[in-house]
Design a protein around this ligand. Structure first.
Ligand SMILES: *Cc1c(COP(=O)(O)O)cnc(C)c1O
Length: 340
């Protein structure tokens, strides 16, 4: 398709390109062989990430998908039942690797506590009681904050704590998919570590809205990370002079507070969409879901205006990020309202 207008890309916050500052940091990064022994820039990132996430230790991995897979592979035995919120990335967007590779049997939990989270009672009911004779083993709960499919919804620390207490009471291990934990922390005005309290592991991405081209971490206890390092190697995620990539992640980490601007832009976009007549819920963070009668047709029409979006389960999804300015939001709304 050819655009007469420059395209505004709202498909995802992964479309950002590393800017000159980030590229300069990558170019001058100190590196070593991180598979053989040590890469100083990867080590620095892992240390800083562990600290901000409030975890004892962290491991750099190429993607959020690998971060989740490493965690699930270590937490699950083959045949274990695990719980995750309906529509969670580990259920819907990782091609079944939680079952195929990590051996888990997925069970979706409803969002009866609010968007993106179960209620403590709903969670307790989903965990259930051990059946007589040969009980199924339910061993893991996966939470997601922010929750992508629920429109970037945040789970506040008090609700997180209640869910943790139900899970721990039942003897479950808890993994938090915190691909956008930075967004949740900024929206809630709490440190990221306030959102990981009690979890056994957490994953977080630097390539979502923060501008890094590659890179995530998975964090947990020192013993967990030691095993995670072996698992990463098994999955082909050991990279040699990875400091080049970790340097971008370090710059990204410094930019977490700037996410507030993307959140403000998302609110403005949602407001404009509602003025236009598309019911869009008030975003907690940087994802706006608009209800339309035919989401595929809407996406095609938006494409013709140079507004790139994604049709997801009957809605159109817009994601704001650092490569879209406040002026870009106004321009998108202008195109929508004038149809040109
Ligand atoms: C994007 C995303 C992931 C996976 O990250 P990739 O780096 O794209 O593999 C995991 N969980 C959530 C909630 C995500 O949004």
């Amino acid at each position: 398709m050819t655009f007469t207008l420059p395209p505004l890309d709202f498909r995802s916050d992964t479309v950002t390109r590393p800017d000159d500052t980030m590229r300069a940091a990558m170019a001058s990064a100190e590196v070593g062989d991180n598979v053989l022994d040590h890469d100083p820039t990867i080590a620095e990132l892992e240390e800083r990430a562990a600290h901000v996430l409030g975890m004892p230790s962290a491991l750099w991995v190429p993607s959020g998908t690998m971060a989740n897979l490493v965690a699930l592979s270590l937490h699950l035995r083959r045949g274990d039942r695990f719980l995750a919120t309906r529509g969670a990335h580990v259920l819907a967007n990782e091609l079944g690797s939680a079952a195929w590779l990590a051996g888990g049997m997925p069970e979706p939990v409803e969002h009866d506590g609010g968007p993106g989270r179960p209620s403590p009672d709903g969670l307790a009911a989903a965990i259930g009681r051990p059946a007589p004779y040969f009980p199924l083993r339910t061993s893991l709960l996966c939470l997601e904050n922010t929750h992508n499919a629920a429109g970037g919804a945040v789970t506040p620390p008090d609700e997180h704590a209640q869910l943790l207490s139900v899970a721990k009471e039942a003897g479950l291990t808890v993994h938090l998919d915190g691909a956008r934990i930075w967004h949740a922390a900024v929206a809630l005005e709490v440190p990221p570590a306030a959102l990981t309290v009690g979890v056994d592991s957490v994953s977080a991405c630097f390539s979502k809205g923060l501008g890094a081209p590659v890179g995530s971490v998975v964090a947990g206890s020192a013993a967990f990370v030691q095993e995670a390092r072996r698992m990463r190697q098994m999955l082909g995620g050991g990279v040699r002079q990875g400091g080049i990539l970790a340097a971008a992640c370090l710059v990204a980490l410094d930019r977490v507070p700037e996410l507030a601007e993307s959140h403000e832009n998302a609110r403005r976009l949602a407001e404009g969409l509602r003025e236009y007549g598309w019911p869009a819920s008030e975003p907690d963070t940087n994802i706006v879901l608009a209800e339309v009668p035919d989401s595929l047709a809407a996406q095609t029409w938006l494409d013709s205006l140079g507004i790139r979006s994604v049709a997801v389960s009957g809605r159109v999804r817009f994601v704001t990020h650092r490569d879209l300015s406040a002026a870009d939001i106004e321009e998108a709304l202008r195109r929508l309202k004038t149809g040109a």
